[in-house]
Design a protein around this ligand. Sequence first.
Ligand code: PFF
Length: 448
Amino acid sequence: MRGHWSNRWVFVMATAGSAVGLGNIWKFPYMTGVNGGSAFVLIYLLCVALIGLPLMMTEIMLGRRAQRNPVDGMAHLAAEAGSTGLWKVIGYMGVAAGLFILAFYSVVAGWVLDYVLRAVSGNFLGMTAEEATNQFSSFIAKPGELLLWHTTFMVLTMYVVARGVTSGLERANKIMMPSLVVILLVLLGYSLAVGDIRHSLEFMFTPDFSKITPNAVLSAMGHSFFTLSLGMGSVMVYGSYLQRHASIARASFYIVLADTAIALVAGITIFAIVFANQLEPAAGPGLIFQTLPIAFGHMPGGTLFATLFFILVGFAAWTSSISLVEPAISWITENTSLGRRNTSIAVGIIVWLMGVGALLSFNAWSEVKIVGLNIFDLLDKLTTNIMLPLGGLLMAIFAVWVMHATHAQEELALNDKHYRRWLFATRYVVPAGILLVFLNLVGWLPLI
Ligand code: PFF
């Protein structure tokens, strides 16, 4: 018997918990910084609204209809539609993408755990920009510490996953999501009072189209998948634990809204602190680790705020990491007699090993390059820019061209007007958007 969420709000909270993570607080600000600010934000918002929202509905719909893990779920839906079992590839690709993402995700979550301790111990007090940068670079140069934290985070993740849907995933989300929102609002309040909000808003929202490059467009689109956890079966498997009567459209709307609002609030807060302290917005993956300690080190109550902030980021990462392995765990447990606990241990070890490769990219293996990228960047780029959008594209195609229209409509339970909107978006806008970006990347189309 498969587990189910106890009610639809728990589903919304859990899926929002999956969506809100390092993607919102670590990646969105640093990508916005690296890609010059507002143009990136604009494309990201467009992708969220035009591709993300319809696809969120599609992925939940596929999961709930299938009532199975993503691999068998796609096979089942394909059989139901009289199509080839090859559609299973969406599930396999999702399982792999989740494990690849978790490998580098856990490394960054490990940085966060380390920074919680640094924050509590008052380490940031009076810190200069140079000290903060040196602190971060000497930290990531030491594989031993990174390994310890990466291991700790993997154990935390697999512990919750091993406990199963209701006692593990649900309880974790119920506690963590509301605390996260509260702490974020406290931080926003702080930066409204002390940060350079005007400069932050200008940086994020006054479009500068000269900054739009094919790569920035691809990164913004890839990021919209990453941040919404789309295209790899996490949402599908969470949807498969959803009861029949819950409204998919409403749940999707709240999830997308919550994720986007949290990313924007995090971005505004972080850039307000960055600009108030004349820090560098384009610092890259180290942005929050190199800049925020300086700001926290100079604000009243900085030790408390810094501690709260890094705990918040750690919580957000935890609820996301759980969902990254769930496609793999559900697939294995539903097909073997291994049980959740043993499966979690086995999968945890595999991801942990890949994560070791990712963390060594910052030190011992910094010279190890595959297609010009170190292991950390390769895992990130391959999943965010290719596997997730491709998974999303295939899901959209499947839902509108392969599945029986009556089945999709029955599952979505929309009135005619809304159904037609969803159909239009999923049939044309989503595939065209993803393909345009892909074709631009390979240089087959001029950037429009
Ligand atoms: N959405 C998560 C974040 O923004 O941090 C990361 C993620 C989770 C991506 C689950 C993909 C996924 F399936």
